[in-house]
Structure formats: C-alpha cells, structure tokens
Design a protein around this ligand. Sequence first.
Ligand code: GDP
Length: 430
Amino acid sequence: MFDSENRTVVVVGAQWGDEGKGKLVDVMAERADWVVRYQGGANAGHTVHIGEKNFVLHQIPSGILHPGVRCAIGNGVVLDPDTLAIEIDELVEDGVDVEGRLYVSDRAHLVLPYHKLLDAESSASKEIGTTGRGIGPAYEDKAARRGVRVLDLRHPDRVRQLVERGVEHANARLSHSGSSKRVDVEETLDLLARLAPRLLGISEDVGLMVYRAQQQDAAILLEGAQGSLLDVDHGTYPFVTSSNTTSGGAAVGAGIAPMSIDAVLGVVKAYTTRVGNGPLPTEIEGALGEEIRRLGNEFGATTGRPRRCGWFDAVVVRYAARVNGLTGLAVTKMDVLDTLDELAICTGYDVDGELHTEFPGDIAALEKLVPRYEMMPGWKTPTRDARTLGALPAAARAYLDRIEELCETPITYVSVGTRRDQIIGLHEHV
Ligand code: GDP
C-alpha cells in the first residue's frame, strides 16, 4: 500500500458505510506512521478482530491497535469527550498503550449532552434513522457558529458563555418540538470541567503535526467514517450524515493540502448494505435478503440495527470512484457470497423506460428506478482460506473482474473473512 510514491493515502467507504474500512485500515496501519480521522464522530463503528478479541472503535482510529502508530482525531470530527474517555480507558484495560500516541485537534468541535438529547428527541433524526449520538446537532452548532471547540476548554469563561448559548438554543428547540425535556447549563459545565484536563492534555494542532510528518515523508493514512453515499453533498440527501465523507473532506477535516493526498482507496462490500432509511436501489427483499444479512452478520456495530442488503451496485461505486478520485478498490466480504447459486450486479437504472448509468442526485428518481442487472454464476466454494487471487474460484475471479471493469477502478485488495490475515493484496500500490 504505502510505497515511495504513495505516502498520504485516504481510505473511504464507497457505498453506504460499514464496508469494512476498519479492517482495511487495520491491515494498512501495519505500514503507517500516522492514522488520522477526519470527519464524523462517535457514530462510526469500526470493528477489528485481533486474535480472540473484538475491538469496536467509535472515535479513536483503529491504528491505535498497532504499537508505534500515532493516531489523531482531526478538526473535522465532532468529538464526544465522554465516550472518548471511556474508549481510552477500555483500550488501556485491554493492554493497549495509548500514552503519547493519541492526539485530538484543538479545533475539533465537541458533542455535548444537549446535542445527544436534541438528536434523540428530533423527529427528523428518527425519519433519517440517525444513530442518536448527537453528531448532526453538533455539526449544526458548528455551522451556526455556536459550537464549543476543544481549545475553548482553556478558557472557562468562554466555555460558560458558549454552553449558555448552546443550552438556550437547545431548550428552545426542545420546547418548540413539544418535548418536556430540558438541558441544564451547570450539568454540562461540570462534565466539561471533569474532562477538560484530560482532553487538553492530548490536544494539538493536528494539521500542523500531519504537515510536519508529511515533510518527513511519513506514511499517513486518513481514515474516513461512513460511506460516500452518506456524504452530505454527494450522498442520497437528506438521508445522509452531516459531514463530507468523501476524499475532499479528508483534506479539510485533517487540515492538510488536497494536493498532498497521493492515493484514495475505496472500500466496498462484494454486495451492498445500508442501515436506516433512504434509497437503496438494489435492495433484496424477502428470504434472500435475510439470508445475506445472516451470512454477512449485517447488524450495526454501534447500534445493533439490522442492515438492509442488496446486490452490488456498479452505478453507485463508479459514481463514488469519480467523486473521490479512487485510485484503488478494496472488495470486502467476498466469503459472504460463497454459498449463493447466482449473483446479480447492477449495471444501470431504468427510469421511465430510459437507461441511466450515472447516479442521480434526486431521490425521487432513485425511488422509481428499476435496476438493470447482469447475472453471474456463484462459486459455491469457500474463499476464506484464499490468500492469492489464483486461489479464488474462477467464478469469484470473474465476478471481481466484472466489478473492476464496471467501476473503472483497479481492485487492490480482496477481503475473505473478518480476521486480519484473511486478505488478498493484488497490487503493490493503490
Ligand atoms: P466499517 O465501518 O466500514 O469499518 O465497517 P464495520 O467494521 O462496521 O463492519 C464491517 C464488519 O464486517 C465487521 O464486523 C468486520 O469484521 C466484518 N468484515 C470485514 N471484512 C470482512 C470480510 O471480508 N468477510 C467477513 N465475513 N466479514 C468482514
């Protein structure tokens, strides 16, 4: 992955999230010096299986599981200080040395208790199916210039002022929505007073740190959360997350120059899933959909919610390849399809009798389209032990070849199981 040309690499989800970015980042972190998160918050749920242990990391980059790798949470992330402290404590309990290896951007905005309450009480959040972790309301406050940043914690008077303003706004919203719940300024301030020393102890100018690391030719991995189709600009709006998940967001959210990004790896499942409401053109209804959900264990790492399952949608991934400038694809969960007789790949959409091969921005079009499928034979052979492309059954190779062709992006990794070693690397570079 990292070579002399590719030193700063972005990993993004190229579908609707949960593509297995956590595993890919974990594999690639072996050769990274830095892993940096650039957007999202505690709604991410990367699962990494190491030995008998499962680590679910919500905010801390999964690179933390590699000793010697430095991890940073960039300015584009909205940080939940309470769950960050818990996550650090859990890692330490499991014997992971975090000291001196984890930094948070002093410019990152904080997710506060009132953001979580607003999320929980909002009917719009319910309709979109948010994780209820306060991410959306925290980004709203950021855009409205009401947010509290990590660096504000250095100034208790300023924090009080900001929290008073935030609470006033939150209570007005709660009252307006008919909720009887209210938030309290002092409770929030107590929480922040308790967590401030810890947070300030690891706060840094992350953009500057990464810049300096780039100047020393360090291998830097920028880890995206959620997926490209959940990007607030490029996703299936309004059924999206509140940040830019695509590679452009990596530069903004880490505080580095766009030209300093050398490669962008898009992670996709060998099929498609989506959690929550919103368009999923290739959704498989009924028993087969349930079967794939069971085989792929498609239940959210953060929320436990069942994910909706569908066929591989090449229109979606080709779109994601364009918007992100993908230089490579990692196809995960090939093993999940091992027992299926036949597979479908969506190659275009029929809308009112017309064929569309570009992903539409209008969700009304997405709701009425009929996917056009190409059928491919299943391989009906376990793939979990394959470590080279040649060890995969011919039908599996044909399936991957077709994905590569339709998405116009070279496949650089194929993942065939949850474990770190269950991966096939196809090219030296992305
Ligand atoms: P992320 O948010 O993109 O990191 O995705 P998650 O980690 O939430 O979800 C991916 C899930 O799929 C995790 O439970 C992984 O262990 C699992 N996973 C990743 N790659 C593979 C694979 O190749 N095969 C199987 N069976 N599971 C995988």
